[in-house]
Design a protein around this ligand. Structure first.
Ligand code: ASP
Ligand code: MG
Length: 408
């Protein structure tokens, strides 16, 4: 007998019909003799609807009260799902995060889970019940309701799976797995049967639409096998797991991309200790996240310093940098907000030389100019002009033979 944690997202429980469909799936799984704990999100659109209501009360409502409000969305779905399950003759019990003592810190709206008391859930399971737990919420040491950030139900599910030592955490959603790239860009994209935690984190730009990235970090840390699969279609989905011997044959798992990038260069800054922090300090101080950083010696004890930011932060970063330029007596600030990042991801590249070269050659042949490059053990990213995004993704998908069917 195995223990599974199922998680159903907002679209999967978006209507009464769909909640009944989920109940049938859960009952079917339990009828196979396994223990099932279910985590649900709020019905789709509910969290947004409540957020809008709150904004009508005042422009920046307190985060504590926001958490009290938003946590009710999941309370609705846990009770409805239990009613549906009982209607099918399947004994079930619902619990809020606080009731099963999902203890978090006190950072309202983005709380972190500190501990889960699994006793109560285990007792219910022993009595033959399906346990349905509200996602996205917990309680802090003062008994205040907290929430885990948008998409946080995924993290609840993984945390419960870790605490209960579940055999697998299954995330049921409206897509049937993780793909080699976004099928809207490359229609030949294929569902992966497995992918490692590390790769999934690197594929965040694709994966974050499917899973809250924090849940993948959590699953990796506690080694919880995580499976993404469709609520609406039968199928194996994608298993996110540790690297295994057989996986070595897979060189490249996928191609991720970020559309909304921008780059900034401050040229002719003094090549001296402390300059990098003088440049990036004010940017970080303005809460602007930086992705790639490149520094080059330009000669004359001067250096050029380039970094990328999210496109929304471009104007702000640009004016901060202009100030820094004046202060440092640097030559100029130049920028481009029509760039994108394309990344090749795969644990197999660790042990294979020449991947980068194959990538650069393929892009070169298509006349795509590479503006920046950065690498990690299992990822190579290039910055290219926005107009080449689709071409770059498709070219690489083809060159690395991702179109072909992968075997399990
Ligand atoms: N209901 C929350 C949200 O919409 C949490 C979740 O669905 O995971 O973000
Ligand atoms: Mg989600």
């Amino acid at each position: 007998m195995a223990l599974y944690v199922h998680k159903y997202g907002g679209t999967s429980v978006g209507t009464a019909e769909r909640i009944k469909h989920v109940a049938e799936k859960v009952k079917k799984a339990r009828d196979q003799g396994d223990d099932i704990v279910v985590v649900v999100s709020a019905m789709s659109g509910e969290t947004n609807r409540m957020t809008a209501l709150a904004k009508e009360m005042q422009s920046s409502p307190s985060l504590r009260e926001m958490d009290v409000l938003l946590s009710t969305g999941e309370q609705v779905t846990i009770s409805l799902l239990c009613m549906a399950l009982e209607g099918l003759g399947c004994p079930a019990r619902s619990y809020t995060g606080g009731q099963v003592k999902i203890l978090t810190d006190s950072s309202h709206s983005k709380a972190r889970i500190l501990n889960i008391d699994s006793d109560k859930i285990n007792k219910e399971l022993e009595m033959g019940k399906v346990v349905v737990v509200a996602g996205f919420q917990g309680v802090d040491e003062h008994g205040c309701i907290t929430t885990l950030g948008r998409g946080g139900s995924d993290t609840t599910a993984v945390a419960l799976a870790a605490a209960l030592k579940a055999d697998e955490c299954q995330i049921y959603t409206d897509v049937d797995g993780v793909y080699t790239t976004d099928p809207r860009v490359e229609p030949n994209a294929k569902r992966l049967s497995r992918i490692t935690f590390e790769e999934m984190l690197e594929m965040a730009s694709l994966g974050s639409k499917i899973l809250q990235i924090r849940s993948v970090e959590f699953a990796g840390k506690y080694n919880v096998p995580l499976r993404v699969l469709s609520t609406f279609e039968e199928g194996e989905g994608t298993l996110i797991t540790y690297e295994e011997a057989g996986m070595e044959s897979v060189l490249i798992s996928g191609i991720a991309f970020n559309r909304d990038e921008a780059k900034l260069t401050i040229a002719g800054v003094p090549d001296e200790p402390g300059v990098a922090t003088q440049i990036l300090g004010p940017i970080a101080g303005a809460n602007i996240e930086i992705d790639m950083i490149i520094q080059n010696i330009a000669g004359d004890d001067k250096t050029d310093f380039t970094f990328t930011v999210h496109r929304n932060d471009y104007e702000k970063a640009s004016s901060i940098l202009q100030n820094t330029c004046d202060e440092l007596g640097a030559r100029e600030v130049v920028g481009d907000d029509k760039i994108v990042k394309v990344s090749l991801v795969g644990v197999g590249m660790r042990s294979h030389a020449g991947i980068a070269n194959t990538m650069f050659e393929a892009l070169g042949k298509e006349g795509i100019n590479i503006r920046m490059i950065s690498t990690s053990e299992i990822k190579i990213s290039v910055v290219v002009d926005e107009k080449y995004l689709e071409l770059a993704v498709r070219t690489l998908h083809d060159v690395f033979e991702l179109n072909e069917e992968k075997s399990d």
